[in-house]
Design a protein around this ligand. Structure first.
Ligand code: ADP
Ligand code: MG
Length: 450
């Protein structure tokens, strides 16, 4: 596996040269190798379902060709999101090995706790209800139905309940699934050919638990058999005082696919909604996140983010981590308002609309000056190499706006101050020196025509 990770690092290096910096930072760098199977399938995990879909939609070909180049031909790539990864690990790793198994046993994200949930007007009743249910499962509100728009903390609250009960009542069996998992599980248990699970296993799994959570119930299919199965499961559990918790992006009466009898079951307990956080709550959420992730960022930068993103907490967090990541990459210890503005502008992506990559720029410079790529990224100090090298550094920095640290990496691991010096030198020369102006403009022409 160590060897696979080494190969993967080479893949990453290749990708870094062939895609824009933002794409690299956002999509490729966070990818993690899960497994490399004997039949040549490379299993990767993206940091979220969103990231997974982005990669599949926009970057799969790049990924595939980099992997093929490094691993050799004919590697199949399978990308998981974090929950699929968990499932894969629990299915494929033998029970006896490693701590990974133990952590995969806990289906709850340990960061999603009540302590880490910031309470404001927008969510205080839903929070209180979740807390009451966690303290007295089956005895306060049953079912508890939490609804609210995307990224407002439904999954967080469900996991918080799960984490809380695991701690306080470790003997209770808690089952957490997304609606989709429930449906797939059910269908799989019915299938005949080559089936791995039987219907009775399915029943046991869902009816012998003390707490059942179903996330995103709005995805329940119209198929009556699935709804019927869920209806029966619900009744069975409810009748024996087992806790049921359901989340949805809208209230029961607005879920079109829901059968009437289920809808009325959902209204038996307590229905609570999550609203978009107000400005103060958004600031508090960002501060909390900084504390958890140990980010350092200035107060005005936090306010700026909280002002600009006003509905979705997931986006709020995403922007915060993007800002801190980028600021860190250029060697800053405290992210400030400039980093935020930078991250908000789509400059990176716009700038790179011509689709040029660092690699292409380097190739063009090499061709123009008739030197090799090894020379330009290497250590040679003769003038006929140093000047093209500085021009390449300048052009990459100017055209792609790559952070200095990343450019340093491309040029054989040079320090970011060296890169800065080269960039500034060329940028000054361009103001007065005819020769430098010609070099740069001719190389640019090569890039746009080629
Ligand atoms: P949903 O399931 O409603 O789409 P999530 O529960 O996945 O949303 O929340 C999205 C992100 O926002 C998560 O990282 C979660 O921790 C965070 N989040 C949402 N609400 C809060 C809050 N009140 N306090 C702290 N973090 C929150
Ligand atoms: Mg969710």
């Amino acid at each position: 596996m160590q060897e696979i990770n080494n190969l993967w690092n080479i893949v990453l290096e290749k990708l870094e040269l062939s895609v824009s910096n933002v794409s690299f930072v956002m999509w490729f760098n966070p990818l993690k190798v899960v497994d490399f199977s004997s039949n040549n399938v490379l299993y990767l995990c993206a940091k979220s379902t969103f990231a997974k879909n982005q990669i599949l939609k926009n970057y799969f070909d790049k990924l595939k060709s980099a992997v093929d180049e490094v691993f050799g031909e004919n590697i199949e790539i399978e990308i998981f999101d974090p929950s699929e990864e968990k499932e894969y690990i629990s299915k494929n790793k033998p029970k006896s090995v490693s701590k990974e198994i133990d952590s995969s046993k806990n289906p709850f994200n340990t960061k999603y706790t009540f302590n880490n949930f910031v309470v404001g007007k927008c969510n205080q009743t839903a929070y209180a209800a979740a807390k009451a249910v966690a303290e007295n499962p089956g005895k306060s509100f049953n079912p508890l139905f939490i609804y609210g728009g995307v990224g407002l903390g439904k999954t967080h609250l469900l996991h918080a309940i799960g984490n809380f009960i695991r701690e306080s009542k470790p003997n209770l069996k808690i089952k957490y699934v997304t609606c989709e998992q429930f449906t797939n599980d059910y269908i799989e248990s019915l299938g005949s050919a080559g089936k791995t699970k039987t219907y009775s296993e399915f029943r046991d799994k869902y009816r012998k638990c003390d707490v059942l959570m179903v996330d995103d119930i709005q995805f329940i299919s119209k198929k009556t058999s699935t709804q019927e199965e869920f209806f029966n499961t619900f009744n069975d559990l409810h009748q024996f005082g087992k806790q049921i918790i359901i989340s949805s992006d809208r209230p029961p009466k607005e879920i079109e696919t829901l059968e009437e009898r289920l809808r009325s079951r959902f209204t038996m307990g307590l229905i609570q909604d999550l609203q978009s956080p107000d400005f103060e709550t958004r600031v508090a959420i960002l501060r909390k996140k900084c504390q958890i992730e140990k980010y350092s960022i200035s107060e005005d930068a936090i306010s700026y983010i909280a002002e600009k993103i006003d509905s979705n907490v997931r986006e709020l967090e995403g922007m915060l981590s993007k800002v801190c990541f980028l600021s860190n990459l250029i060697g800053k210890t405290l992210a400030d308002i400039n980093d935020v503005k930078e991250a908000f502008s789509d400059k990176y992506e716009e700038k790179n609309e011509g689709g040029k990559t660092a690699d292409q720029i380097i190739n063009a410079v090499c061709e123009y000056f008739d030197i090799t790529k090894n020379d330009i990224v290497g250590k040679k100090k003769s003038k006929d190499i140093v000047e093209p090298r500085m021009i390449a550094i300048y052009m990459i920095s100017d055209m792609l706006e790559l952070p200095l640290v990343s450019i340093g990496k491309i040029f054989g691991g040079r320090d970011h101050t060296t890169i800065m010096h080269a960039r500034d030198k060329i940028s000054t020369e361009l103001k007065t020196n005819r020769k430098t102006q010609t070099f740069v403009s001719e190389i640019k022409k090569m890039l746009t025509s080629g």
